[in-house]
Design a protein around this ligand. Structure first.
Ligand code: DX5
Ligand code: ZN
Length: 220
């Protein structure tokens, strides 16, 4: 099982001070920075795009874990790679057979590839993307409906994490939504190793303490 990656969601940061917020999170022990890309399709919210990734990249060499909540991910591969994205995670709900080409283009652009599934999407749908010769590096199991920070963790999603961990011991399994001190044990026990946390980290007086607590549960 791969080791812990604690990824604060920059959606909960002060976007007007993104570079210093990123620096602060890395100093607090973050492994990755989770970047939520929303464009009012697929989810009813609007956040940031490649220009902001490019600006942030000038201030940090951290792993930028980009979660693309968009209906046309292939249009974003080249701009995000050029901007300096490290990981590119698209949603299974928006791709049909073209996932193979999408995967190839993500990897040949030098990014790690991930596939995300909404709460209502069955885990079996992503097996081919993990089993193939050309496969994703990570599966993102959404533990809330994507679109907004600060929602309540859906514990039923741990069934998916369990299935994935049993079947693919080597896989990065990321959970996103409602993760914090009160939900981390359940997620870690199911086998998640990449932990996205927005409001629980940014809303805390002691973000370093929250990050180290999250890490300690994953590594138990
Ligand atoms: C929701 C985003 C999450 C969100 C998590 O659509 O994908 O990354 O920022 O925020 P919290 O940790 O507050 O649930
Ligand atoms: Zn996310």
């Amino acid at each position: 099982v791969p080791s812990a990656r604690i990824a604060p969601s920059m959606l909960s940061s002060d976007f007007a001070n993104l570079a210093s917020e990123a620096k602060r999170m890395l100093e607090c022990g973050a492994d990755w920075l989770h970047m939520d890309i929303m464009v009012c399709h697929f989810v009813p919210n609007l956040t940031i795009g490649a220009p902001v990734i490019q600006s942030l990249r000038k201030h940090t060499d951290a792993f930028l874990d980009c979660h693309l909540m968009v209906t046309n991910p292939s249009d974003y591969v080249a701009p995000f790679a050029q901007a300096g994205a490290s990981g590119f995670t698209f949603h299974i709900e928006v791709v049909k057979d073209e996932w193979k080409d999408l995967l190839k283009s993500i990897k040949s652009a030098g990014m790690q590839a991930g596939v995300a599934l909404r709460p209502g999407t069955s885990v079996e749908q992503i097996f081919p993307l993990v089993e193939g010769e050309e496969h994703v590096d990570m599966v993102l199991v959404m533990t809330v409906e994507p679109g907004f920070g600060g929602q309540k963790f859906i514990p039923e999603m741990m069934t998916k994490v369990n299935i994935l961990r049993k079947k693919f011991p080597w896989l990065h399994i990321e959970v996103d939504g409602g993760l914090g001190p009160s939900t981390i044990e359940e997620a870690a026990k199911a086998g998640a190793n990449c932990i996205v946390a927005g409001s629980s980290v940014f809303g805390s007086q002691d973000p370093a303490g929250v990050i180290s607590l999250l890490r300690s549960k994953v590594q138990d």
